[in-house]
Design a protein around this ligand. Sequence first.
Ligand SMILES: [Zn+2]
Length: 389
Amino acid sequence: MKYVSASIVVPVKGNFIKNGVVAIDGSGTVTGVFAEDDPLVREVAVEFHDGVLVPGFVNAHCHIELSHMLGKTDREVGLPKFLSTVMKMRAAEPDEIIADIKRADRSMYEKGIQAVGDHVNTELSAAVKKESPIIYHTFVELMAMAKEDIQPRIDRARDIEFYFEPDRASITPHAPYSCSKDFFKVFRKMIREDNLLSIHNQESEEENRLFRYKEGAFLDFYAEMGLDASAFKAQARNSVQSYLPHLPRNNKLILVHNTFTSLKDVDFINRQGRDVFFCVCPKANLYIEGKLPKILNFVPDQERMVIGTDSLASNDTLDILEEMKVLADHFDHLDFLQILQWATINGAAALGLSDMLGSIEVGKRPGLVLLEGMHNLRLTDNVTSRRLV
Ligand SMILES: [Zn+2]
């Protein structure tokens, strides 16, 4: 048994505790959380740290199999151009891809990340995930615009899903602009109710233009990639309002990015009565589009907010603390305790892991992360993280 204490312990569930003490056993399971004057902890040797102790983070959105693309794409070119670059340049030797997946996995663990929602198109990350101390939920992405592609792509995704731990993998549509209405119709009929969904949503204004008017940079992207755009018709409304009703209604859903989601869209989504989470990936949004989501539109849905890093194709770190700093820096009204909830317990709920991690509570194995260089619980550039457990 180990007793870890810090200047401030933030369990996420419940109030923070000055000089609190966390008892943790050899497996990393929390067996007690105590105030400093608790008679139980006066008797034992306590390891004290100057800093803020928080549970391990949840990275709700990543593509670890793109880790070999670090530094290979230009910034602020907009999503369609970014996508064509990734599609053209992602090919590499499997050994090289796996070596970079391994490096990314280790770095995420060291940065205090305890669980990851990870999108894949291949099985290349399966072996690393199996060995990793991080708990992954793998989303196998599906894209199908032409009718004849629908069934073969679903079959292939199912084959890939099979490489990953059964309870921790599901198949998911990749994005509204890469899936036709016909695809959604087939998809909704064939998935289980416990199949988690995670779809890129309104990452670019071009996506809304495609659905509203059938115009804009996505049409150039389809032409360049030799894709048939005839599946899309002008709908006179934003993308999410067009495709969401076609997604199976009872499946838990993570909407990723939401950079160009309007207040009206948020109302529309909430009226659907779905179990939905909003994931923000601030550094990737700044990298690709140079814009951030209108966070205020979502803040009434606090418990539904989660944070992701996206991939090293659109980010220079896979570090949730760095994403939190960007949010704190750009949105004055968000405080650390709020953002920490998004980065921990909410992400755990989104991935179906809240009974295991996301808060410092008895019976969980959340990991323990020490934040150093923090004053008055403010997230400034000087704050660093260190995994203790
Ligand atoms: Zn993504």
